[in-house]
Design a protein around this ligand. Structure first.
Ligand code: NAP
Ligand code: MG
Length: 402
């Protein structure tokens, strides 16, 4: 069997712990036997990030900007305990945060649906994708807990020395104040990413905020989306047979539960944080959630939504075979390879990604699963495999194109 050829390299971002082990296994068992893989490799494992003063993360982001498509393994975000464990020179920032800042993107998260694992919401037939704005609001806030009674004010001093001053409230000691911001440039990028992703995946787009209460702040989000839609996307949406729909966040939450799924829900930063956990849990598991960062320039970075599965890694280091679910990481590879095939006009490569996903889904539907899915599977008696055996079962189906 001749291997599928590639034109442009895929930017490969390796990572940490159990997912780094799975990464290698996935490449060996599911990618390299079928694809003549061209990749530009960046080692974002914490050891190498530390050795390069995190320059490798910046270089990887630049490579994604150059080539357009990257695939990323889960990585450790250092904390105090990791400083000690890895003898780090510095508490490096979250690689995902660094990549997002450089690529200026929006994160899209969608569950992987499998027959036999029923969503907790009975009406859901298709996935619901959350598009989360990844800049600002409460994540870049400034807070005060008042030490004494006094007056809280919102003050803006412009660069020419002009001033706007609004009274927030008269407060007592022990009260609380919070300041937040966002940037029009970031909101515009967010809107473009959402409209483009809806077109690319041919799904309706919902967007929700609380603009009835937050008239200027959430109002700007609503206006920017409406303006960009009318000026740049309305015609393309109509042609693709999809719709753009704005509603209040509470209305969207109620409609989402009553829906059949099959749409993208764009959310502000905090709403997206909460709602993506609601959606992933209701669909089954974090290990069955894909994640892709899409930049307004049209760059794509595919990854799994979960972390490095530290607890399993320690078992692995102890010499045990673990039953860690590799599906989200496989889907990061399949998504990236398909996209590469699409951009380079290589139908075989594009098709390979889809065949790989089909092989994974059919393996699970036949009852061959990792431990985390065993309890969720209905209609078949699950056979629990370790990660290596699970990947072998997928590889067999892929070979047989079953
Ligand atoms: P985690 O790696 O997602 O794992 C949390 C727990 O969820 C695991 O212990 C496991 O439960 C279950 N789980 C997650 N993925 C699984 C899979 N593929 N198969 C089977 N079970 C799975 O989160 P964490 O333990 O909080 O974080 C570990 C490290 O990952 C941290 O250093 C964090 O910084 C990093 N992280 C990275 C990313 C990223 O790169 N995108 C995202 C989140 C966290 P059981 O132990 O019960 O089996
Ligand atoms: Mg969260």
């Amino acid at each position: 069997m001749s291997k599928i050829q590639m034109k442009t390299p895929l930017v490969e971002l390796d990572g940490d712990e159990m997912t780094r082990i799975l990464w290698q296994m996935i490449k060996e068992q599911l990618i390299l036997p079928f694809v003549d893989l061209k990749s530009e490799y960046y080692d974002l494992g914490l050891v190498h990030r530390d050795e390069t003063d995190d320059q490798v993360t910046v270089d990887a982001a630049m490579a994604i900007k150059r080539y357009g498509v990257g695939v990323k393994c889960a990585t450790i975000t250092p904390n105090v305990q990791r400083m000690d464990e890895y003898k780090l020179h510095q508490m490096w920032k979250s690689p995902n945060g660094t990549l997002r800042a450089l690529l200026d993107g929006t994160v899209f998260r969608a569950p992987i649906l499998v027959k036999g694992i029923e969503p907790l919401v009975r009406g859901w037939e298709k996935p619901i994708t959350i598009a989360r704005h990844a800049y600002g609001d409460v994540y870049r806030n400034v807070e005060i807990k008042t030490p004494a009674a006094g007056k809280a004010e919102l003050v803006f001093t412009d660069e020419n020395g002009g001033e706007i001053r609004e009274t927030i409230a008269e407060l007592q000691a022990g009260d609380i104040i919070q300041g937040m911001h966002n940037r029009q440039k970031s909101i515009r990028s967010f809107a473009h990413a959402c409209f483009q992703y809806a077109l690319a995946t041919k799904q309706d787009l919902w967007f929700s905020t609380k603009d009835t209460i937050s008239k200027k702040y959430d109002g700007l989000f609503k206006e920017v989306f409406a303006e960009i839609y009318e000026q740049e996307y309305a015609a393309a949406f109509e042609k693709a047979g999809i719709t753009y729909f704005y509603t209040l966040i509470d209305d969207a939450a109620a409609r989402m539960i009553r829906s059949q799924g099959g749409f993208i829900w764009a959310c502000k930063n905090y709403d997206g944080d909460v709602m993506s956990d609601v959606i992933s849990t209701a669909f089954g598991s974090l290990a069955m959630m894909t994640s892709v960062l899409v930049s307004p320039e049209g760059n794509y970075e595919y990854e799994a939504a979960h972390g490095t599965v530290t607890r399993h890694y320690y078992q692995y280091l102890d010499g045990q075979e673990t039953s860690t679910n590799p599906i989200a990481t496989i889907f990061a590879w399949s998504g990236a390879l398909s996209k590469r095939g699409e951009l380079d006009n290589l139908p075989d490569l594009n098709e390979f990604g889809k065949r790989l996903e089909k092989a994974v889904i059919r393996t699970v539907e036949a009852g061959t699963v990792t431990k985390d899915l065993a309890g969720m599977l209905q209609n078949v008696t699950p056979q629990v495999m370790n990660s290596r055996q699970f990947l072998e079962a997928v590889a067999k189906r892929l070979e047989a194109d079953d």
